[in-house]
Design a protein. Structure first.
Ligand code: HPA
Length: 273
């Protein structure tokens, strides 16, 4: 971790040469939120491979980049192109960009993802404000010696997802006539999808949605003292009593259909922040 402290400093020194923007808000563009990148009045776009120590995506086809600019009147830093544990990255690599966001001055993180619906009231295409999470990945990005300059050894998890931001998101969604739920996100590693028995178990332990990202990033954001707003797009509904395959094409297509709704919601939330 100490080594990562030096790496983050070098990355940040590089980025500060590339942009004048002092971001207040960090955005992780998950599946469905990709379109938000086009709404940012970009001041600087920095490809990952230029940034010292930045993990480079070898598995995914699309290039990753950091976008610095203005959205909804706020200075933002958005991360386009994400790393997942199932691709072979370690939790520390997945969260390196969150450390960079924190060091650049980001205080609020907006993070989105595609998730499977477990709550029977949720439908494909619905949006869910994440109220809490269950980490079933067996990973924790804070494992190892703690960097006290970054945050506490045992970070508090009583309010992982800011109640104030959930309230703002609820109010904004009402104003835009967009239906949102609240729910508990359970993080798994994937890449295999859940079995029917696992789905029944996940519902039983109190989860409303399941996905393969987000948890590590949120833990590091909280460790860094950020407030977090997490939004999931329900891309498929998993009913253990009528269990159906959720092929990736369907997951992506549903996320893309719900994308514009999520983009409008996030942009309006930023305006009201
Ligand atoms: N399970 C896990 N991750 C997912 C799913 C799912 O059903 N849908 C989208 N991401």
């Amino acid at each position: 971790m100490r080594r990562q402290l030096g790496q983050v400093s070098e990355s940040v020194a590089y980025l500060k040469k590339k942009t004048e923007i002092q971001p207040q808000i960090g955005i992780v563009l998950g599946t469905g939120l990709g379109g938000l990148a086009d709404r940012i009045q970009a001041a600087s776009i920095v490809p990952y491979e230029e940034i010292p120590h930045f993990p480079i995506s070898t598995v995914t086809s699309h290039a990753g980049r950091l976008i610095f600019g203005s959205l909804g009147g706020k200075n933002v830093m958005a991360k386009q192109g994400r790393f997942h544990y199932y691709e072979g990255y370690e939790a520390k690599e997945i969260t390196f960009s969150i450390r960079i966001m924190a060091a650049m001055g980001v205080q609020t993180l907006i993070i989105s993802n595609a998730a499977g619906g477990l709550n029977p009231e949720f439908e494909a295409g619905d949006l869910v404000l994440i109220r809490d999470h269950i980490n079933l990945t067996g990973q924790n990005p804070l494992r190892g010696d703690n960097v006290d300059e970054w945050g506490p050894r045992f970070p508090d998890m009583t309010e992982p997802y800011s109640h104030a931001l959930i309230g703002l998101a609820e109010k904004t969604a009402r104003a835009l006539d967009i239906k949102v739920h609240q729910g508990v996100y359970v993080g798994v590693t994937g890449p295999s999808m859940e079995t029917a028995a696992e789905t029944r178990f996940l519902r039983f332990i109190g989860a409303d949605i399941v996905g393969m990202s987000t948890i590590s990033e949120v833990i590091v954001a909280l460790h860094s003292g950020m407030s977090v707003l997490g939004i999931s797009v329900v891309t498929n509904v998993n009913d253990p009593d009528d269990y159906q395959p959720a092929p990736i094409e369907q997951v992506i297509a549903t996320a893309e259909r719900a994308g514009p709704k999520l983009v409008s919601l996030v942009e309006e939330i930023l305006k009201r922040m």
